[in-house]
Design a binder for this molecule. Structure first.
Ligand code: UD1
Length: 358
């Protein structure tokens, strides 16, 4: 056994999850390598996160870039296999539900390297989401499964995962949020856009919402109706940029597009927002902890604790404007409780389990 832990990250949501685990393992003196697949490569989708989060530069960037799911995943499989064979890690840690997560788990399992999955057991039960496929397959391939909430444990148990492999550790993304909260700062964007005190933040990038113009159209209409009520800032993910621009959404005088923002600026904006409209997974969790009402434009969520405990609510384009009214006029008060173990110490709990398994 080499005692080497190799982290695989690649896409924007991986970075705030990996940062606290890397820091906690560092304290234990564990030998670590950080591999970036290159799934996200724009400076504002990747580099800015390394800077904002204080992550060490990746030891290796595989530079796979974009492509169809098959082409992108295939490039990752080939490059990761070479890397794992050369480095012979004792454990590969993977994060979340992106294509980089699945690719790393598959390669490791095939060459007999143990896999730990951070954020295991989340289920939307929506097989049309690429992330759901990634979640289920990654969990099936994993030896150590780190869960953020009790519902995840129940899903894994139902799928037959041995209980001794499952660890309820809390939410490492929230470790990052709590660590950096004092430095959140949305003021540049607020000033540049001349935003009033009360504004909304919106994000939209899920393939099911932005890839198909027929699905996008009602969302654009609904967001324009939100813009009739209060200013909306929408940092545009490259995936939906062309379609969103063509839709005319940003011709509305109170709907403002920005480039993708870094971690500290984005969460600064969210913390100061009256409400958030999103189709992201992680933002449902971040708004829950920041006590900002979150309206999620999806038919389902793999993060139900953000609804039962947090500030989240699933909405359709049809129900969105009315729910925004309810938040603005106070007729729909948004209660919130931070879910158990979302306390800033998840990274340490994960590191303790990892160390005892090396
Ligand atoms: C990926 C994740 C998704 C996550 C999202 C967060 C998968 C299956 N999906 O989706 O779960 O919520 O990241 O951002 O892994 N692009 C750029 N620059 C970049 C990266 C992407 O321009 O740095 C463009 C390319 O046109 C690319 C498209 O965005 O084809 C989609 O990128 P990709 O990594 O395939 O998936 P995301 O939509 O970013």
């Amino acid at each position: 056994m080499s005692g080497l832990v190799l982290h695989v990250t690649g896409a924007r949501p991986n970075f705030p999850k990996a940062a606290p685990v890397i820091a906690a393992l560092e304290k234990h003196g564990v030998r670590q390598l950080l591999v970036h697949t290159g799934q996200h490569y724009d400076a504002n989708m990747s580099d800015v996160f390394f800077r904002d989060l204080g992550l060490p530069a990746p030891d290796l960037n595989l530079g796979v870039g974009s492509g169809s799911h098959a082409a992108q995943t295939a490039a990752m499989l080939t490059a990761l296999e070479e890397t794992f064979l050369a480095e012979r890690p004792d454990l590969v840690l993977v994060y979340g539900d992106v294509n980089s997560t699945l690719a790393a788990a598959l390669v490791a399992a095939k060459i007999g390297v143990r896999v730990g999955h951070v954020e295991a057991g989340l289920r939307s039960f929506d097989w049309s989401m690429p992330e759901e496929v990634n979640r289920v397959v990654t969990d099936r391939l994993s030896d150590l499964l780190f869960a953020t909430s009790a519902d995840a444990i129940a899903h894994l148990a139902r799928e037959g995962v041995a209980p001794e492999r499952i660890h309820l550790v809390g939410n490492p993304m929230i470790d990052t949020l709590l660590r950096l909260r004092d430095r959140f700062d949305g003021s540049r964007v607020v000033a540049e856009l001349g935003l009033p005190q009360e504004y909304a933040v919106a994000t939209l990038h899920r393939p099911g919402n932005v890839d198909d113009p027929a699905a996008l159209e009602p969302l654009v209409t609904a967001l324009r109706e939100v813009g009739d009520r209060l200013d909306v800032v929408l940092p545009v993910h490259p995936r939906g940029r062309a379609r969103l621009e063509a839709s005319g959404l940003f011709e509305h005088p109170r709907v403002h597009a920005t480039e993708p923002l870094g971690y500290l600026e984005f969460l600064g904006l969210v913390e100061g927002a009256r409400l958030v409209v999103t189709d992201s997974g992680g933002i449902q969790e971040e708004t829950t902890v920041l006590a900002v009402p979150c309206l999620t434009l999806r038919p389902n969520t793999e993060r139900p604790v953000t609804i039962t405990d947090g500030t989240n609510r699933l909405v359709t384009p049809e129900t969105l404007p009315g729910l925004v009214d309810g938040i603005l006029d106070g007729t729909r008060p948004v209660g919130h409780r931070v879910p158990p173990l979302w306390d800033g110490s998840a990274g340490e709990r994960i590191a303790d389990v990892v160390v005892s398994n090396l």
